[in-house]
Ligand binder design. Structure first.
Ligand code: ZN
Length: 454
């Protein structure tokens, strides 16, 4: 059964408005790989959808990595001799390099310069910089402000803790109603501070899709698992703690950067021909509105698909973004603020995702129970009783499903072969199932292909 009317037009606009409100609320928080900014973010998400939180202690191994110490920052500034803050964390949290170690010192501009980061080509933007795995500290500032700095001395303070603590991630699970325990994973990163497109648009769109699935009148067939965690180390932590369930992952998406003016880009999984890849290609080229959507080949650079698609996991996960990371000027700067993202872009991303989710969830492998010759559809009320005319769209879809349902092709493959929208093929399959002419094989050829990891 299709997830009927998951985010139709009105609902998508309302969901996009809610996504926008969540982005506004989360924008000021100082998120990082770890720390209270992430917890506050998860608190707000938890007001919208059910969430199960996990706190992984610092030092815990995660594949070849380990959970870092927890970083929390209270305040930071560079002040001139008169005590005037020339760089102030309270004005913008991008001013401090993420994971800066604490510092409290008086120094000249010359001594300070190696710790300053600015963009000469974009003198009014503050760059976003981090140093997660090397102990150092730094400030990021507008190049215009940097050029105004006198020789000093300056009071330089970063009031932060870098200490044993935890990494926080959270999951929202919509249990499937089917007999199979197959899952669809959705991962979005939560580690960026005041940046709107990267990563708040991904968080907000994931929240709204999860909420739509939680509230859908028809329960999904598959289990849907949304994971909100920091980039790289978060997916590594989740993967290393969930190896036993990875054999259930039938499809999955990494989401991010979904609010900017760019067109949608789907990046294929490492395998390149998984259910997720086929469904995304079908949905993205299926409607005029997405005529300009682009399909990208897999590459081992990007977001958390790098971990999910590493060879030891090789999960059927692709990535959906608008402008891919580092391909737009505002990327990782203070110009990635609320002016960069548009509610209409969030809404159309949500609608595309809702359709993709419906396809992933409803896809199944049908088996024709009356394969010798065509079964008589008229006597079952499935075919127009007046002969002579060409079959209508529905009858056409019935014939395709019956012909292709030999147990080796799923509905998506049939839709592609017949050049019909998935939804039409699915409706025909449902009607044939109700008429007793079609059975559903539990697992698709896809999921049989990929057993649980050794
Ligand atoms: Zn980023």
């Amino acid at each position: 059964m299709l997830l009927d009317a998951l985010l139709p037009d009105d609902a998508a606009s309302a969901a996009a408005a809610d996504a926008w409100a969540l982005i506004e609320a989360l924008y000021p928080l100082c998120r990082s790989l770890t720390g209270d900014g992430v917890r506050q973010t998860l608190d707000r998400i938890g007001e919208r959808i059910p969430l199960v939180r996990t706190e992984v202690p610092s030092g815990t191994p995660a594949c070849d990595w380990e959970i870092p110490r927890e970083w929390n920052i209270r305040d930071a500034w560079i002040a001139d001799a008169a005590g005037h803050r020339v760089v102030d964390f309270r004005a913008h949290n991008l001013h401090v390099m993420g994971y800066s170690v604490p510092v409290r010192q008086t120094m000249t501009l010359e001594e300070l310069q190696p710790h300053l980061h600015s963009l000469p080509n974009r003198p009014d933007w503050i760059p976003y910089r981090t140093s997660y795995y090397r102990e150092q500290w730094g400030f990021c500032l507008r190049h215009r402000d940097r050029e105004r700095l006198g020789p000093g001395p300056y009071e330089v303070v970063i009031d932060a803790d870098l200490a044993p603590g935890h990494l926080s991630y959270a999951e929202s699970v919509i249990p499937g109603q089917g007999e199979s325990d197959d899952e669809v994973l959705v991962y979005t990163h939560t580690c960026h501070p005041s940046l709107a497109n990267d990563n708040l648009s991904g968080i907000a769109v994931a929240v709204e899709l999860a909420r739509a699935l939680h509230q859908a009148p028809t329960k999904p067939r598959l289990t849907w698992r949304f994971i909100f965690g920091p980039g790289t180390i978060g997916s590594l932590a989740w993967l290393s703690r969930n190896e036993e369930r990875l054999g259930r992952v039938r499809a999955g998406l990494v989401l991010g950067l979904l609010g900017d003016p760019g067109v949608l880009h789907y990046k294929h999984s490492r395998r390149g021909d998984t259910l997720t890849d086929r469904a995304a290609a079908h949905v993205l080229r299926g409607t005029d509105a997405h005529a300009q959507a682009k399909l990208l080949d897999f590459e081992p650079y990007g977001y958390d698909e790098r971990q999910f698609c590493s060879p030891g996991f090789d999960l059927p996960m692709g990535r959906l973004t608008r402008s891919p990371n580092s391909t737009y000027a505002e990327y990782h700067t203070s110009a990635d603020d609320l002016t960069l993202i548009r509610p209409a872009q969030l809404a159309s991303a949500l609608q595309t995702l809702a359709r993709l989710a419906s396809v992933l969830d409803a896809n199944r492998t049908p088996l024709n129970l009356s394969p010798k010759g065509e079964p008589r559809l008229g006597k079952r009320g499935l075919y127009g009783s007046v002969g002579g005319g060409a079959p209508g769209a529905f009858e056409h879809a019935l014939l395709w499903v019956l012909n292709q349902a030999d147990g080796t092709r799923d509905l998506l493959a049939i839709a592609e072969r017949a050049r019909l929208p998935f939804e039409q093929v699915e409706q025909a399959a449902s009607a044939l199932e109700r008429a007793g002419l079609l059975d559903t094989l539990d697992d698709t050829p896809e999921s049989r292909k990929k057993g649980p990891p050794p």
